[in-house]
Design a protein around this ligand. Sequence first.
Ligand code: SF4
Length: 256
Amino acid sequence: MNATKIEWTSATWNPIIGCRRCSAGCDHCYAERMASRLAGMPGPVGERYQEVLYSDGHWNCLQRFVPEVVEQVTPRQKPRMIFAGSMSDWFYGGGLHGVERCIERIAYCRQHTFQLLTKRACEMREYQREVYPKGFPQNLWVGVSVEDSSRLKRIGQLRHVKAALRWVSFEPLLQPIDAVYLHGIDWVIIGCETGPGRRPMDLAWAEELAASAKQQGVPVFLKGLNIDGNVVKDPAHPQWPAWAVRQWPQERQEER
Ligand code: SF4
C-alpha cells in the first residue's frame, strides 16, 4: 500500500498488476507509464513489472497476482480510503483467482473503504453474480470509467452490480456527454486527461456533466480541469470555477 496524491483517495493498493487496453480512455494509460518506470527498478518490484510489459513498455496483456501485497492491508490499521487496483483493471480477464483473494481481504479489513474502478462493467457484474451473489462487501465501492458517450453502457451494467456504493469516473473526459442517466449511482468524478499527449477537456463539457449530476441528486467531485491550457487540480486556483465542487458520497460526507 502506498500513499498517493490522487485527490479522491488516500492510498493505492496493487496486489494485481498488468492490463490490456480496451477503449479510447486507455490511449495514454497512466498505469502503463508508471509500470514502465517501476520495471526499471532493481529487485523484485522491477522484475514483477517486467513480467507484465513488452520490452517497448506497453502492457503485454498478462496479469500478475502478488500475494505478498495482499497482506499489506490489515485489520489493525487506521481507517483509510484505498484505491484498489490503480495498476490494473481487475476484470479484464487475466486472473480472477487473484481477484477473489483480494476481495476476501477487503472484507477482512472492514475499517478501510476500498475504491475499485473498471472499464469491464459487464465482467464485474457477472463476477459479482457468480462469486458474491448477495453483493460485494460493504466496504467496497465499485465504479466504472466512462470517457465518452459510446461508453455510457458501462453505467447501465454497473447499476445491476450489488454493492454498497456505485460510482462513475468520467476521467479522462474526452467528449461532451449530453444525456447521462445516473439512477442508482452514488458518486461522480470528473477530470481531464493529464500527462504526455493529453487531450484537452473543454470546461463546458465538465460543467454540463456536473450540472446534470446535481440535477439528479448525485454528489460530484471535480478532480482536474483544463484552464488556459494547463491542468489545474487546486480548487484554490483563482480561475477555479464555483460550479466545480468537490463532494463526497453521502455516507462519507457524514463522517467528515
Ligand atoms: S483499463 Fe485502465 S489500467 Fe487498463 S489499459 Fe485501460 S487505462 Fe490502463
